[in-house]
Design a protein around this ligand. Structure first.
Ligand code: ZN
Length: 252
């Protein structure tokens, strides 16, 4: 059974895109909210579709443009959300890949810490974005005792440090054609691997932007099986087990 722990299918705003995954037997998708609008969207989707679970967070670049009291309201909502389909904090983290200054870095860090504290407090994993900020992210993670999932972590030279910190590595379907992710896959032990797509971004085949979808996790499975020298069914089962344990999702 295939699972996707990091998607933004809500961006399509099209039910057919979700239904495509049901037809292709995807078992679970974790939609990751990135701002106020998508927080509402993913909660709505999860009510309409059994396969949709969700993570709540604020994307680092979004935080840069928000007022403190707005952010506090969201943090408060997340901390107190008791919905059983709310399974993780995410997408949160640090991003230095755009024009940034010291003040904005500071603001990103303050709220990333808050999300880490909430994750620890409510005992749900945290799904982390770390673009061009990988070493700062790892340094911050070392002080928190919570389940950490590095989404599309693209820094082969730091992967061993991430593994030492016990981080899960969520491998995107683009690993099918991306050598950097293939290197990471070689280093990562199978028990710390989960699968994702970051859909609609990072399509494993097409270079166009908005085409990816959760069922394309099948491409990650193929690549993992090749690199780890395991058969595809075994990879699928192992990752499924990692996933349900990590996010505490069990069928009723
Ligand atoms: Zn994402």
């Amino acid at each position: 059974m295939i699972v996707d722990d990091h998607a933004h299918i809500f961006i399509y705003n099209d039910n057919k895109k979700i239904e495509e995954n049901i037809e292709k037997n995807v078992k679970y998708i974790i939609e990751n909210a990135t701002d106020i609008g998508s927080i509402n969207q993913v909660i709505e989707e999860s009510k309409r579709y059994d396969i949709i679970y969700y993570a709540l967070g604020l994307y680092p670049e979004i935080i840069e443009n928000m007022e403190e009291d707005q952010i506090e309201k969201i943090l408060n909502f997340i901390e107190n959300n008791k919905d059983k389909k709310f399974v993780a904090i995410g997408e949160v983290g640090l991003d230095y890949a755009h024009e940034i200054n010291e003040e904005l870095v500071k603001k990103q860090k303050i709220y990333f810490e808050r999300f880490l504290e909430i994750s620890e407090k409510i005992k749900k994993p945290i799904i982390i974005h770390a673009r061009r900020a990988e070493s700062d992210v790892l340094e911050m993670l070392s002080s928190y005792n919570t389940k950490k999932v590095l989404h599309s972590f693209w820094k082969p030279s730091l992967v061993n440090k991430a593994i030492d910190l016990g981080c899960y590595l969520s491998i995107p379907a683009i690993v099918y054609r991306d050598e950097g992710f293939q290197k990471i896959l070689k280093e990562a032990p199978i028990e710390l691997i989960t699968t994702e797509t970051d859909a609609p971004y990072l399509d494993p085949i097409e270079k166009r932007k908005l085409v990816n979808n959760s069922w394309k996790v099948v491409y990650s499975i193929k690549k993992i099986s090749e690199i780890k020298n395991m058969d595809e069914k075994e990879v699928e089962d192992t990752i499924y087990n990692n996933f349900i344990k990590l996010y505490d999702i069990y069928d009723e």
